[in-house]
Structure formats: structure tokens, C-alpha cells
Design a protein. Structure first.
Length: 423
């Protein structure tokens, strides 16, 4: 069958890499794609939220399956757009309905869902510009550090963790009245800080049944030792060494099952990925956030470990027969290290030539912010290229990733050299 992947990052290149392995895939299209997807699929210059042009492409190329990478088209209702169109309704769409996508589109919606279904999470309250003074008073009831979350989508950067109460009050005002994160921070969720170690669990659900994919841990901060500004993610390790059978059983019983059951109980149409951001506090899991798609860079570490045919998995999602699937997972560890443009996550330059991609061996190269300029590959984003390696443990896998990164060069290239420091 002909398949379309929407998106242009490392996550979408990883989807493409796995989809073209499948004998079920005839032709793969990626919109808009990057230099990496161009080598294995047909890139189409369409924005991920241009639904009418996407429809034209799907009809013209007889596309039977659409895999949605980023959150924006999901929050804007692309799944509903397909379902409600008589010409598109039979296309398998991997991604939840607009209502389901609110789990990521609104922090407040997600917190209310968690509380309704007794899923463990931090205490919280939400505030608007009109209630900013009440928000400051609520901060005084909490102990440091203080967690402020922009309610809407802010590309993974809308969360502030602050030690000082006066700074927290000032930033709350900055977010609500000065619109620090634009429309995303018209409402701000303040929640108690949870002290522990984070991990991500990825679930693929057909709305009734689900399979749990490998765990991963990503590294959000730009600086070594988890310092500096939040980024979209500087690297990932899968599986998480501390996620033993006991913890995974608790996550399954206390988080995954109640989440999937809660969606079904509320008649929320959800066929796609649930990315559950968790923190292990003591011996227990608590939910930090939901995302309604795969993570990036976690996808680059998680999906290469999935040995089951990905297109077949997606067909089971479409048919609501995931209960018939037994996932086969590579037992080895995969580590992903992300190279980024100098200056990222603040101002950075694009258009720098990338040298050395073809010299990398024993690792997989996933393009994120790249594009073709004639026969040259150039930078086209903050996060540029991810290098994924396999080995029996994360330390040896990381050694491979780091030794291969040394073969890559572009102006002001940066990457974190301390991934796994907390494991």
C-alpha cells in the first residue's frame, strides 16, 4: 500500500526508516520530510497543517495510511478531518481525534483527566491573567522548586522550574500578562514539584487494546548535568535501566490501563500513540504529562528496537485488533545522541553544510533539521542529526554514538557528552 508520514524531524525519519522495511509498503511519501527521508521516500513540500492539500495528495497517490508525527495537526483535528470526509474515511490514520489530542493540547485538560481516573500525578491549580494574584498566593502554599506550565503547545519549551518564589511570581506574570509563550500561556498550570528520576513510556492503542513499546529516558536540557534551557531533547536511552518488572507492573496497573480505559469510557476516539512522561518518586510512578504522539528524540531510540513489522502494527490499530499482536523487541540497548546548531534553543543559523554523514558505521543516522541543497546536505533547524547505536548496555552503546559523532562536522555543531550520567 501507499503510505504518507507527516512531519520533518528525526521522529519522522525514524518512522520512514521502519516503514520502508515492511513488505506491506509500496510507496512512501513524507510531507514535508528532510534530507534523510529524501533518500528513502518521496518528499512532498506540504505543511503538516494544510489539510486540503494533504487530502489532494492522498487521493492523487491512492494513499491508504497516514502516520502523523507532530502534535500540531492532531490538536487541529486532522484525524476528524479524515473521518468526516466521505473520500478519506477509509484511510487508516495513526493519531487520535481532536478531543483525544487535548491530552497534549491543554495541560489543564490532561490534569483533569488524570484526576477523574485516579491516575497518580502532582497536585495542581490553573490560572489566567485575571487570576494572576491568586496564582501568586497559590505559589506561597508550595515549597521550592516551583513548576509553571504553559497550558497550550509550546514545542516542549513551555515548562519552567524555578527555585526562588519571587522569580516564580515574576515568571507567572510574564507568562500570563506578557504572553511569554504567546497563546500557549494564556492559561498557566502551577503544580507541586515531584522529586525523582524521569522516564517515558510509549503506548500504541487502537482505542480498545494496547501494546506497550520500550521505555526511554530523554535529556531535555541543553547543558551537561541537565543545566541550562529546555530543548526539544538532546538524546535518549532505551530501555531505562531502573525500569524493572516491579516498576513496569505498577506503571501498567496504575497508569497505562486506567488511561486507555478512561479514553474508552469517555468515548474519546483514540487510535495512535500515547507518550506518558513519568517520574519515579520513591518506588512509585507519577504522571508528569501526556503527549499524543511519539517523542523526539525517544523515537530514534525506541522504534529501532521494535522488530515487529510497523506497518502491520498500524493495520491492527486501524482494525482494532492489537490484542492479536505479540511485540518482538530487540533486547539490546539503543542510545541516541542529538547534534544541534550553535545557539540552539535560542537564536541559531541555518544553511551550514554537513560533512561526514557517509562515513558513519555501526550507527544509524537519523536526520532532524536538514535539507538538500543540490547534492549537499545542509542544516535546517535547531536539532540537526541524531546518531543511534546498539550495544549490550547503554555505556557501550553511547561510546559508539559518540565515536561516530566525531566523524560529523558542521559549523558550531554542539552535542551533550554526558548522556546517561544519572543512570
Amino acid at each position: 500500500m501507499n503510505i504518507l508520514v507527516l512531519g520533518s524531524g528525526g521522529r519522522e525519519h525514524t518512522f520512514a526508516y521502519k516503514i520502508v522495511e515492511s513488505p506491506l509498503c509500496d510507496t512512501l511519501f513524507v510531507a514535508p520530510g528532510n534530507a534523510g527521508t529524501a533518500a528513502i521516500a518521496t518528499n512532498v513540500p506540504i505543511a503538516v497543517t494544510d489539510f486540503s492539500t494533504i487530502k489532494d495528495l492522498v487521493l492523487k497517490e491512492n494513499i491508504k495510511m497516514v502516520v502523523i508525527g507532530p502534535e500540531d495537526p492532531l490538536v487541529q483535528g486532522i484525524s476528524d478531518f479524515f473521518k468526516e470526509d466521505s473520500q478519506l474515511k477509509d484511510v487508516v490514520v495513526i493519531g487520535p481525534s481532536k478531543e483525544g489530542a487535548q491530552l497534549e493540547g491543554s495541560k489543564e485538560y490532561a490534569k483533569e483527566f488524570l484526576f477523574r481516573h485516579d491516575i497518580p500525578t502532582a497536585a495542581y491549580q490553573s490560572f489566567t491573567a485575571e487570576t494572576v494574584e491568586e496564582g501568586k498566593k497559590f505559589l506561597e502554599t508550595l515549597s521550592s522548586p516551583y513548576v509553571l506550565k504553559a497550558d497550550g503547545l509550546a514545542a516542549g519549551k513551555g515548562v519552567l522550574i524555578l527555585q526562588d518564589i519571587e522569580e516564580a511570581k515574576s515568571e507567572l506574570e510574564n507568562m500570563l500578562t506578557n504572553k511569554k509563550f504567546g497563546a500557549a500561556s494564556e492559561k498557566v498550570v502551577i503544580e507541586e514539584f515531584l522529586d525523582g528520576i524521569e522516564l517515558s513510556v510509549f503506548v500504541l492503542t487502537d482505542g480498545k487494546n494496547y501494546v506497550t513499546l520500550p521505555t526511554a529516558k530523554d535529556y531535555k536540557r541543553i547543558g551537561e548535568g541537565d543545566t541550562g534551557l529546555n530543548t526539544g531533547g538532546m538524546g535518549a536511552i532505551s530501555p531505562v535501566p531502573f525500569a524493572d518488572d516491579i516498576l513496569m507492573t505498577k506503571i501498567e496497573e496504575q497508569v497505562v490501563k486506567p488511561t486507555v480505559d478512561g479514553l474508552a469510557k469517555e468515548n474519546i476516539d483514540y487510535k495512535g500513540f500515547i507518550f506518558i512522561g513519568l517520574i519515579k518518586v520513591g518506588d512509585d510512578p507519577k504522571v508528569i504529562e501526556y503527549n499524543v504522539r511519539m517523542g523526539d528524540p525517544e523515537t530514534e531510540a525506541v522504534l529501532p528496537r521494535v522488530k515487529t513489522d510497523l506497518v502491520s502494527l498500524f493495520q491492527h490499530v486501524g482494525d482494532q485488533t492489537l490484542d492479536q499482536v505479540i511485540l518482538e523487541i530487540d533486547p539490546r540497548t539503543a542510545t541516541t545522541v542529538m547534534t544541534v546548531s550553535g545557539g540552539y534553543p535560542e537564536a541559531y543559523q541555518k544553511g551550514k553544510e554537513i560533512i561526514g554523514i557517509d562515513t558513519i558505521t555501526e550507527s544509524i543516522v537519523f536526520h532532524a533539521g536538514t535539507k538538500l541543497d543540490g547534492d549537499k546536505v545542509i542544516t535546517n533547524g535547531g536539532r540537526v542529526i541524531a546518531i543511534t547505536s546498539f550495544d549490550d548496555n547503554f555505556k557501550d552503546a553511547l561510546k559508539k554514538s559518540y565515536s561516530n559523532i566525531e566523524k560529523l562536522h558542521f559549523d558550531k555543531m554542539y552535542y551533550r557528552k554526558d548522556l546517561g550520567f544519572d543512570l
